[in-house]
Design a binder for this molecule. Structure first.
Ligand code: ZN
Length: 243
């Protein structure tokens, strides 16, 4: 079984399509595992939801999904994110909103637990510190945990009660062995690790490997749609830099 693991599509249809095409060209996938934030920031929220639903998928909910569906306050969002949430909410058809509200916070699949933020705070916490990683390892009932939310790819390894963050290499197979791992595949629709290319991972259950890949896409097409929609210029510009 092969799973395409992706997160933080953020209504960026061009980036999402590029990831699906790239994963298909690398041997394809049986399932899509989505770690939330399908919408928010970008210009195509409904189209991204529909494209995800056309694939055999499972998905947890993200903070932007909940906010756009009216089930999370935008109090903690910065002004640009809040603007985009309200813009997104106005674009969604009732069935899109219902779909977002139907998504669970946590899913367990095979050896993996899927969550947007962390197991301690499923939609809100950015899992980027050792302290946050330890809290999630304590709550983890499977061998591996897949997270998104920060849009930063990494692997956090538990070894003899020591915890270390390491880069999630691009292209090379990471063997899934005895050590428990928390894995972030990086973001699709708005990368934030200084590289504007969408990032995603492919899991192969026969090989017991996971590989991360990046792909180029037509950034200008997404930016032009954002401009036409009147979305904030700062959100348009950041796509150029991956920040
Ligand atoms: Zn996000």
């Amino acid at each position: 079984m092969r799973a395409l693991i992706l997160t933080d599509i953020h209504s960026n249809l061009e980036a999402f399509r590029a990831v699906l095409e790239d994963a298909t060209s690398r041997g394809g996938f049986d399932e899509v595992w989505c770690l939330g934030d399908i919408v928010g920031y970008g210009p195509d929220p409904g189209e991204c939801i529909e494209l995800l639903r056309r694939h055999n998928h499972i998905s947890v909910v993200g903070n932007h999904d909940l906010a756009a569906a009216g089930n999370l306050s935008t109090h903690d969002f910065n002004s640009h994110a809040r603007f985009a949430v309200h813009w997104t909410a106005a674009q969604l058809m009732p069935e899109h909103t219902q779909f977002l509200l139907s998504l669970p916070e946590v899913i367990q699949r095979e050896e993996f637990t899927l969550v947007h933020g962390s197991l301690r705070s499923p939609v809100l916490e950015y899992l980027l510190s050792t302290e946050a990683a330890i809290a999630t390892f304590h709550l983890l009932e499977s061998h591996f945990c897949l997270v998104g939310h920060s849009h930063i790819p990494f692997i956090c390894r538990e070894k003899n009660s020591l915890y270390s963050f390491e880069p999630f290499p691009e292209g090379d197979a990471v063997l899934l062995g005895e050590e428990r791992l928390i894995i972030n595949p990086g973001g699709v629709g708005q990368p934030r690790d200084g590289d504007p290319r969408p990032s995603y991972a492919l899991y192969d259950s026969d090989e017991e490997t996971i590989r991360r890949h990046r792909v180029t896409y037509h950034i200008e097409a997404t930016q032009e749609k954002m401009r036409r929609a009147g979305l904030p210029e700062r959100l348009i510009q950041r796509l150029n830099y991956g920040v």
